[in-house]
Design a protein around this ligand. Structure first.
Ligand code: CA
Ligand code: CA
Length: 178
């Protein structure tokens, strides 16, 4: 059984993907979010942006493939959870997604992500500003208010781990009213 924290984490991601709130995510939802995320850091290179779009496509393809597609081309919350919280089914996909997103956050390629780039990407995905700031702080920013791209990538992978609780990513599901 996944931890309550893990379920809360993926429920949040599902709600962000399901932009129209009809209870299903569809290919159009992924296209829309992919375009928003790629537009969030204009300074990122074309290859990095292409990789990001590819990672979104792979995320969607993994969902559909693992679902033994019954042809309706949409994914319910129950289906989503069963896949993304199963490391055997989702590890490779989330690893590539994490690397691609962290690379978007490091447009100058020095291995670090600045707070403004982090904020822009996370807001493009749809997270709340206060949660984003709390997460960045939890990653332990170094000199110049930056976090290592590798730290962020590992944080994204942890976010999808069913057994994890009390991780930096849990700041994203904390009550935004604080
Ligand atoms: Ca939808
Ligand atoms: Ca950088």
């Amino acid at each position: 059984m996944p931890t309550t924290e893990a379920t809360d984490r993926v429920q949040l991601v599902f709600s962000l993907f399901d932009a129209d709130g009809n209870g299903y995510i569809e290919p159009a939802d992924f296209d829309l979010m992919g375009r928003r995320v790629v537009a969030a850091v204009p300074a990122a290179g074309d290859a990095v942006k292409e990789r990001m779009l590819g990672a979104f496509r792979r995320y969607w393809d993994t969902l559909v493939t693992e679902l033994d597609a019954n042809g309706d081309g949409r994914v319910s919350f129950e289906e989503f959870t069963a896949i993304v919280l199963n490391p055997q089914r989702f590890d490779a996909t989330v690893e590539e997604f994490a690397q691609a997103l962290a690379a978007m956050g490091d447009p100058d390629g020095d291995g670090f992500v600045t707070r403004p780039d982090f904020r822009a990407l996370m807001e493009a995905i749809g997270f709340q500003r206060s949660n984003i700031e709390a997460l960045f702080d939890a990653f332990g920013p170094v000199d110049g208010d930056r976090v290592a791209a590798t730290v962020w990538a590992e944080g994204i992978e942890d976010y999808y781990r069913p057994e994890k609780a009390g991780i930096p990513g849990d700041h994203l599901t904390a009550d935004a009213a604080l």
